[in-house]
Design a protein around this ligand. Structure first.
Ligand code: AMP
Length: 180
């Protein structure tokens, strides 16, 4: 399936979950076997950063793309989870994103100082979520070498926000679909 056909399966829901938000619903795409497989294959091809150790997926839709991509690229998968979901010693970061506020956590033991991590999420909106995870990786001494998203909403200037809050460079931020 082509990128155009995949893009057509993303539904834009106006005013969800609140007034003014154009919510990108990936459910129709995920339930279509061919579209989901093509999306993962295309994402895998777009990841030119080969030198990384593990993928970190963001709760919850980042897990869908992140775990499939980790399987495909034969990398380990780490969960960045919302508050109260992970056991053990945690690193945590509060942040505001496009339509709400949240706290994300990582298990400290999962991050090895000096190791290289690639973040993945479904949507890049304001960039606060990805910046929060990049900061968590840095707190534990890990190196964030890139961020991959399925959809980028360029009008929210998330890329610029990530560049100002992390050590990532423009080319380290990879989006399969822009302006879905
Ligand atoms: P942000 O931190 O503003 O870049 O927001 C990104 C996070 O919020 C991702 O984990 C997305 O799942 C979710 N998100 C933000 N805006 C949207 C949107 N318009 N449609 C779907 N998900 C969104």
């Amino acid at each position: 399936m082509t990128l155009k056909q995949i893009t057509q399966l993303i539904e834009t829901i106006p005013d969800f979950p609140q007034q003014g938000i154009q919510f990108k619903d990936i459910s129709p795409l995920l339930s279509n076997a061919e579209a989901f497989a093509s999306a993962i294959n295309l994402l895998a091809r777009r990841v030119k950063i080969k030198d990384f150790d593990e993928i970190i997926g963001i709760d919850a839709r980042g897990f869908i793309f992140g775990s499939a991509l980790a399987y495909k690229l034969k990398k380990g998968f780490i969960m960045a989870r919302k508050e109260d979901k992970l056991p053990g010693e945690l690193l945590s970061q509060s942040y505001s994103y496009e339509y709400s506020q949240a706290k994300l956590t990582l298990q400290k033991k999962r991050i090895t100082p000096g190791k290289k991590y690639l973040i993945i999420d479904d949507v890049l909106a304001t960039g606060s979520t990805i910046s929060a995870v990049a900061q968590l990786i840095g707190q534990a001494g890990g190196v964030c070498v890139g961020a991959v998203v399925f959809i980028e909403l360029p009008f929210l200037k998330g890329r610029k926000n990530i560049l100002s809050q992390t050590k990532l460079q423009r080319e380290d931020i990879i989006a399969l679909i822009r302006n879905a």
